[in-house]
Design a protein around this ligand. Structure first.
Ligand SMILES: [Zn+2]
Length: 275
């Protein structure tokens, strides 16, 4: 699933390549997907978007689903929680898509849902004012993270703290794994069990890991606007599972935990002490 580093990359590429292009054709819900979410009737999307120009793009937390790429089309906002692909004029259409926008130069972008994803289209004025700072900004500082931790239940595991309830916009179960590996903390460790040094390490890893992922074009498990895999080599992911732990050379482990997989190194990220 795309998360903050990837939506940051997508928004940047959209700003550099698509601003000024005028939308001439819109197809929404051509290939219905059980977990593709629209605002209202996707049949209204053509009337809301046709004739408008792309005027901006940003990574954002969105209206509650998180991990969205926002595309501003004059007075209308697309909030896309799916991969987005750009195709030059004459390219073949993807086999399946849940949103397709064609531009005045006959190039187009498509959105195809992987597991689930929001494809919202709303008046730009209806966009909720999100007060939670992105971890890629200076507003997400040590003090802010400290407050976030003290406001959270102490028995939460680190996976639950970081990747549930949208406490941190765009931080989900994907980027979580490398953040915890870099911090040398097991995903099942509880917030309560962290000493000051470990909590600081966690904060630093959130900042540094996400920054590195965004700067390197996203994770190697995800693709950018042009279909190119990101340059950030994940350590703890399905893709990287067969590689040894870069720190100790040991074998990485995959487990099911809290409705999804966790990946960790049992040596570098020791399991919490069990009574
Ligand atoms: Zn290791």
């Amino acid at each position: 699933m795309i998360e903050l580093p990837e939506t940051t990359v997508l928004a940047d590429q959209i700003r550099k390549n698509l601003i000024g292009k005028q939308i001439t054709n819109v197809q929404a819900n051509t290939h219905p997907h059980k977990f593709a979410w629209y605002t209202g009737d996707p049949g209204n999307y053509p009337a809301m978007l046709t004739g408008k120009k792309i005027t901006g793009s940003a990574a954002g937390a969105g209206s509650g689903c998180g991990y969205s790429t926002m595309i501003l089309c004059e007075d209308t906002l697309l909030e896309l929680g799916t991969p987005i692909r750009y195709y030059p004029k004459g390219s073949r259409l993807p086999a399946k898509h849940q949103l397709l926008l064609t531009f005045d130069d006959d190039s187009f972008i498509s959105c195809t849902v992987k597991m689930w994803g929001a494809l919202f289209c709303i008046p730009a004025t209806a966009f909720p004012d999100d007060k939670k700072p992105s971890p890629l900004t200076d507003a997400f500082d040590e003090r802010y993270f400290e407050q976030l931790c003290s406001a959270s239940p102490k028995n939460l595991s680190l996976k639950a703290l970081l990747a549930t309830e949208q406490r941190i916009p765009g931080l989900g179960n994907g980027v979580l794994q490398d953040i915890l590996w870099n911090a040398a903390l097991h995903p099942k460790r509880s917030l309560l069990s962290l000493n000051d040094k470990e909590q600081l390490r966690l904060y630093q890893s959130i900042k540094e890991t996400l920054k590195a992922m965004a700067e390197q074009g996203g994770r190697d498990t995800e693709k950018d606007l042009f279909g190119k895999a990101g340059g950030y080599p994940t350590v703890c992911s399905n893709t990287a599972l067969s590689r040894p732990c870069p720190r100790c050379g040991g074998k990485l482990i995959r487990q099911s935990y809290l409705g999804g997989a966790i990946y960790f190194c049992p040596v570098c990220q020791p399991e919490p002490y069990k009574k």
